[in-house]
Design a protein around this ligand. Structure first.
Ligand SMILES: NC(=O)c1ccc[n+]([C@@H]2O[C@H](COP(=O)([O-])OP(=O)(O)OC[C@H]3O[C@@H](n4cnc5c(N)ncnc54)[C@H](O)[C@@H]3O)[C@@H](O)[C@H]2O)c1
Length: 316
């Protein structure tokens, strides 16, 4: 089976591509190598994938409708895992229009090109941010109502809606996966756990925004497992949460980090606009439908990520 992974040079993409290669899929990666974080880092991701096996790479900007159509005509994939996007809540408040291009327009281009080239399966990377701020309760798929609080979240909500449109226009099966705060080796450098570990290793203070926040931190292997499970699903349109199912309070995360970095200094800043207070994935639907079970606890995941960070200091 031939799978096109968009955004395959990114954090989740590199882990996804490597796993698919190990599972025997023919993997094609389409990535712009966007400068949201360093190009060097993205090239290293590609080198890491190569260690697991061969894949095809195309540097393409999916916001370009014609280039996206040509990509699909050339590759003719059976399935597409659409991970390419501009991530980041904070940056979306500075540059909201970029998110219309990279997260909405690029998704429409992919959905259209996939339909015209007879793709059978589309997996779309959505986000827990589509739930808006609904703290203190497990978030079930039907609880997303469009009342989001950042341009990033609005772009994911909109892209989900386009997925629904195109699932009815074409005969492919669409799975929307709502990922909850993903971390692990090669984690995105702008995200809390990766950023905190780097600062702690350099003896610098970490900044947290507001108190009492929590996140359903999900180890990247569990996310990839969710992607793989959805890849062979044939239902016309389905939405699933992919998370750990346990919110971790910021205070607990910091306590755990202090076990590795006892001198860690924490500076508390005011609440950051656009950030939700907490996230908590209800994963019962994915568990029931696809036998999904997260396997890596926050303790184990942090241990693995810190070990990786020490072994790869030069790339942090
Ligand atoms: N990391 C998380 O915690 C998290 C949580 C929820 C959802 N997601 C979603 O999962 C997906 C992957 O996230 P990630 O953390 O791996 O981010 P990432 O930035 O590491 O990877 C995204 C990749 O997409 C590529 N890209 C961006 N725009 C492109 C375009 N127009 N054409 C081609 N390639 C383009 C980038 O170059 C990058 O390599 C994104 O859709 C993101 O919104 C991530």
């Amino acid at each position: 089976m031939k799978v096109l992974v968009t955004g395959g040079a990114g954090f989740i993409g590199m882990h996804t591509a490597s796993t698919l290669i190990e599972l025997g899929y023919e993997v094609h990666i389409a990535d712009l190598l966007h400068s949201y974080y360093s190009l060097e880092r993205k090239n290293i991701h590609l080198q890491q994938i190569e260690k697991t096996g061969k894949f095809h790479f195309c540097r393409v900007d999916l916001t370009d409708r014609k280039a996206t159509a040509e990509l699909f005509t050339a590759v003719k994939p059976d399935a597409v895992i659409h991970l390419a996007a501009l991530p980041g809540v904070a940056y979306s408040l500075e540059e909201p229009l970029l998110y219309v291009d990279y997260d909405v327009k690029a998704t429409i281009n992919v959905l259209e090109a996939a339909g015209k080239s007879d793709v059978k399966k589309v997996v779309f990377a959505s986000s827990s941010s589509v739930y808006g701020d609904q703290p203190g309760k497990p978030l079930k798929e039907e609880m997303a109502n469009g009342q989001v609080i950042s341009p990033y979240a609005a772009s994911k909500w909109s892209a989900e809606s386009f997925c629904h449109v195109y699932a009815s226009l074409y005969s492919y099966s669409v799975s929307i996966l709502r990922f909850f705060t993903v971390y692990g080796p090669w984690g995105r450098p702008d995200m809390a756990i990766a950023k905190f570990i780097k600062l702690a290793m350099n003896g610098q203070p970490v900044e947290i925004y507001g108190q009492g926040s929590g996140r359903d931190y999900t180890y990247v292997d569990d996310i990839v497992n969710g992607i793989v499970l959805s890849l062979t699903d044939e239902k016309p349109f389905e939405i699933w949460n992919v998370g750990a199912g346990h919110p971790v309070l910021m205070s607990r995360l910091l306590e755990r980090l202090k076990m590795y970095f006892p001198a860690l200094e924490v500076q508390i800043k005011g609440h950051r606009t656009g950030d939700v207070t907490s996230t908590w994935a209800d994963i019962s639907k994915m568990t029931k439908d696809k036998s999904y079970r997260p396997t890596v606890s926050i303790e184990e995941g942090l241990e693995r990520t810190i070990k990786w960070a020490y072994e790869n200091k030069e790339y942090l």
